[in-house]
Design a protein around this ligand. Sequence first.
Ligand code: SF4
Ligand code: SF4
Length: 382
Amino acid sequence: MKYRELGNTGIRVSEIGMGCEGFAGDGCRNAKCFLDLAEETGVNYFDLYTSNPEVRKSIGEALDGRREKFIIQSHICSVWKDGQYKRSRNIGEVKEGFEEMMSLLNTDYIDVGMIHYVDSMEDWKTISDGPVLSYVKELKEAGRIHHIGLSSHNPKVAKKAIESGYIEVLMFSVNPCYDLQPASEDVEDLWRDENYAAPLVNMDPERQELYEACQRLGVGITVMKAFGGGDLLDETMSPAGKALTANQCLHYALTRPAVATVLSGARTVGQLQADIAYEEASDEEKDYALAFASFPNISWKGHCMYCSHCAPCPKKIDVASVTKFLNLAKAQGEVPETVREHYHVLEHHAGECIQCGACETRCPFEVSIIKNMQEAAAVFGK
Ligand code: SF4
Ligand code: SF4
């Protein structure tokens, strides 16, 4: 298992994490099997959004004696009322839900306390100007949560939230189809058929800006819906009109800036095992470039997808990484120190490009790589 920094939190997380769908299966008897497999394979991160007390209790029992082996991202403002899950901003309910969660999980700390499901500006304003954010900050000061997170599907709202300086971890929906869609306060817009009917060109600029802002501000992204709820794996359901493989979807999410872990939405231990197998997959199995280039109605022409399909370079330049750092610097209008450092530790730099053009013939998206290498050499000075 490979591990990545979760933004500036100082936590290292497995690049494959777990969602909590599987914990609920089989009358909640699954939690122990999921955590056993995770421990065995090095998966150290899981998300818990459900407020179902049965699920929380089963995880608490499964964690017994090994709490410190896992990093828990658990949701605040997701409460259980009248036998049902409810998103709440009522501070009384929110506090009650948090206390119940701590007691059922049988822990005295949560690594990332995630403010649950914030998709509208008005909702973010209610949270940030009202008692919810104050309460979450108190929890952090008291050491009951170690870091503050927020989950969202809306790039505009998520960007506003991370720019507040309070949000250290963002849980966001990332996949190649949702990335084409403009910001919306209605999550259903992400998979509405009519939104994919007209030809779509390149990633939505607000999503790109969000990922770049997270990278710049040291906010770690934990990815949900990497398979679009499974739709992207099925040709008849995928908005792209063609199926992708799980490895391609995982690799796409893991090659976005600031992404630290992708949460597997596995419902069975076997599905989790299949997602963990990404770690052993070959470069060919992970390569999503040709599949994307063949999507009807969708074009990423001229836009670097950081797919590395252009490799190998005779001068061993990692074109995808160089281009990512170049784009981060361009988005900022100057070169942030962290980006400069990351660029400088690359083994080979854009200045070594001999303009052979081999990469350009392999890029399925017709990116002007030689021009980008010249620009990167000028921006970073090597
Ligand atoms: S230049 Fe083209 S092939 Fe290379 S990483 Fe970017 S999109 Fe992929
Ligand atoms: S043009 Fe430059 S970056 Fe591309 S393969 Fe040749 S040397 Fe490498």
